[in-house]
Each structure stands twice: as C-alpha cells, then as structure tokens.
Write a protein that binds this ligand. Structure first.
Ligand code: SF4
Ligand code: SF4
Length: 215
C-alpha cells in the first residue's frame, strides 16, 4: 500500500471522532433558542452603565442648556476630540460652540466624569452608523438632539464622583482623625527638659516631616 493511502486509513478514526464531536455540538444547539436578535427591528436591553454615543443635556426644570462652557471636558479628553468656546453671560456662562468628533472618540467616559453640571452624558445607543465621516462631527445642536432622542446611560458626572468618593462615615471621621494627628504629643509636653539643654520649648516639627492632609 502506498504511504499516502496508509496515512488516510490511519486517520479515519480521528476524522470520525471530529465529525461526531461537531455533530454533537450541532444537535445540542438545534433546539435552543437563538441568542441573536433581528436588529434593528428588535433591540437588546442595554446595561445601565452602557457607554454609547455622547450627548448634551437640558435642565429638566428650566429647559436651559446644562453646559456652562467651562471646557473641563475639552481639557480631559485624551484624543482631544472636544472643542468648546465659552459665552460669558450675566447670570451664568454657556457654550457658544461645542463640537465633538465622534469618529475619534475612545468612549472612555472621562468627559462625563469631570462635567460639573451633568451636561455631557453617554447614551444607551451606538446607532450612528454612517459612511460619511462628516455626519460624526457633532455640533451643539446635534448633541442636544441626540440627548432627547436616545435613553441616557446611568452615569453622570455627579453620580460618578459620588461613587468614587469615600463612604460618608469615612468622610465624617477624616477631619477628626486629621485634628488628632495635628495635636501635640502629650508625651513630648510632659517630658522634662534635658539638663544640658537651655532651650525648654517644645520641639517643633522638622521641616521635612510630613504634614497631615486635612482632606
Ligand atoms: S469619551 Fe473620552 S475620548 Fe470620547 S469625547 Fe469623552 S473624553 Fe474624549
Ligand atoms: S459639557 Fe460640562 S465639562 Fe464640558 S464645557 Fe460643558 S459644562 Fe464644562
């Protein structure tokens, strides 16, 4: 028998086992419900922290724009895709212009985290597919319109900062602990002066010693 034919016959058990395994997977999944959905007719329920496209918000009570044009989001954005111009006004400031190049966005959420007025948020949607990049250069009006169109994600700047802050009990205990650390050591006050030392003042903290952080 030629060596090639011998190789074929010796591999038959291996092939049979591979086919049986594959068919086993097929039969096991034959009666299962499909895990795919017919998007966009059917949409999945996204998790609360879904980080989708970005939007600007209005104040729910006054209807005013929440953005005060502070530019914090512009400074924090790693790929620098946000550009804001501030418009100063008597009572509060506004964003004169606000542009976001969504095609270069990393969806890192840093802009949302730093926003002091919850003006920029992420949405539970990624539904801006287009073949024209210019449509992904979002201006202020478009960002506001998106905010009204899609469901917002849970995260806002204030919520994220609250989440990252120490628990309330730890916050309350921190000033007391800091005050304790600043108080002079009772042992140092009570200690008798050394006979050879003419200076009876309590020793001062050395310049290089770490100071208590009141925060
Ligand atoms: S999500 Fe990140 S990359 Fe996108 S605009 Fe915000 S800070 Fe910039
Ligand atoms: S979106 Fe928020 S962080 Fe950005 S400019 Fe407006 S107020 Fe400032």
């Amino acid at each position: 028998m030629a060596p090639e034919r011998a190789g074929f016959w010796t591999e038959i058990p291996q092939l049979t086992r591979a086919i049986a395994r594959a068919m086993g997977v097929t039969f096991r999944n034959l009666l299962r419900r499909p895990i795919t959905v017919r998007y966009p007719t059917v949409k999945r329920v996204y998790p609360d922290r879904f980080r989708g496209i970005l939007a600007l918000t209005y104040d729910g009570e006054t209807g005013e724009e929440n953005c005060i044009g502070c530019r914090l989001c512009e400074y924090i954005c790693p790929p620098q895709v946000i550009k804001v111009e501030m418009l100063k006004a008597e009572k509060r400031n506004y964003a004169k212009t606000f542009t976001l190049e969504l095609y270069s966005c990393e969806f890192c959420e840093l802009c949302v985290q730093v926003c002091p007025t919850d003006a920029i948020i992420m949405l539970k949607s990624f539904d801006l597919a287009t073949a024209d990049r210019r449509e992904l250069l979002l201006d202020k009006d478009r960002l506001h319109a998106l905010g009204l169109q899609f469901e917002p994600s849970w995260a806002t700047g204030n919520r994220l900062r609250d989440m990252q802050a120490p628990p309330k009990a730890a916050k309350a205990a921190a000033p007391a602990a800091a005050a304790d650390r600043r108080a002079p050591e009772p042992a140092a006050e009570a200690a008798p002066p050394a006979p050879s030392s003419p200076d009876r003042r309590a020793p001062e903290a050395s310049e290089g010693a770490p100071t208590a952080n009141p925060e």
